[in-house]
Ligand binder design. Sequence first.
Ligand SMILES: *Cc1c(COP(=O)(O)O)cnc(C)c1O
Length: 379
Amino acid sequence: MKFGTKAIHAGIEPDPSTGAIMTPIYQTSTYVQKSPGDHKGYEYSRTHNPTRTQLQNALAALENGKHGLCFASGMAAIDAVIKMLVPGDEVISTNDLYGGSYRIFTKIFQNYGIKFHFVNMADLGKVEALVNKNTKMIWVETPTNPLLNIIDIKGCAEIAKKHDLILVADNTFATPYLQTPLDLGADIVMHSLTKYMGGHSDVVMGALIMKSDELRERLAFIQNACGGTPGPQDCFLVLRGLKTLHLRMERHCQNGRKIAEYLRSHAKVEKVFWPGFEDHNNHKVAKEQMNDFGGMISFVLKGDKVEDATHVLEKLKFFALAESLGGVESLCGHPATMTHASIPREDRMKAGLSDSLIRLSVGVEDAEDLIADLEQAIG
Ligand SMILES: *Cc1c(COP(=O)(O)O)cnc(C)c1O
């Protein structure tokens, strides 16, 4: 089955009790049993809910996995994965990780005796050099935020297999429309469904997808024991969003390409970060593991002044100044003062996060209007 057909049909059954074609919102906490232990597979909604089950099945199908598990947020999904580890265990991850992932690793789980290493994962030699007898997991995020670096998932999977480590891939930026990490050897795919998967900036939710029955068992146990589960209304919204994932992503990619090229030709723009450019550091890997290059773009202004970036961000009309990404509407942000403000300036500059760096989440509006908006704002 091809992707568009899968987005609409896979994992979804008409409602067994009524035939409803759209999964109903099962707004219930509990389920009546005929006699003790004699039930229809549902006992309590922290453990199972029919609306959530359908979403979990749809996600498993889209990522070419076997099982899906949904959580109240992307962070709750990450939380469940790290809870598989015990004190003394070590994790290797990338040095330009999503800020919230970095925060939960270093400010929460480090206190529980789990050790995290952050390296430039574009260099796989550096990843393997950190493996020791305590290493249990490699955590990959690609493309990265906000510099759109690309990490070789297959290369990481080879290292993980060789040393018997669990490879987790945060697939939030790419979505399964662009890349399917389980096919490249990852063990677990993690999503913030809040972004492209939900796609309409109206819900916060997360998910894990895997092939292994054993990993599913361990993670479902944690999901139920710790309780970071989503409500059925939110599951319905993501189910609805998924049905147009392929249409939205196609337009995000088309608009992304047009805007990346426009910005690159602009006299006041110093540099544009977009993995579709042939001279992007890891364009070759991006081309191999992704079907297209997405709608996330970052750029730096000539002169690199905060005031100039602020001026552009204030003048933009269709690009709303807001956190988050992946919705149908275009958004813009300033990492130095918004998402990455907690990083000391010196460290920020070292990581390539310049003062005037602007991040765009290109929406699905008409590219001509978006380009005209950038034209009037940059001048
Ligand atoms: C947003 C995001 C998360 C966290 O997800 P929430 O749904 O906000 O909890 C994790 N990883 C990436 C790459 C994200 O963009």
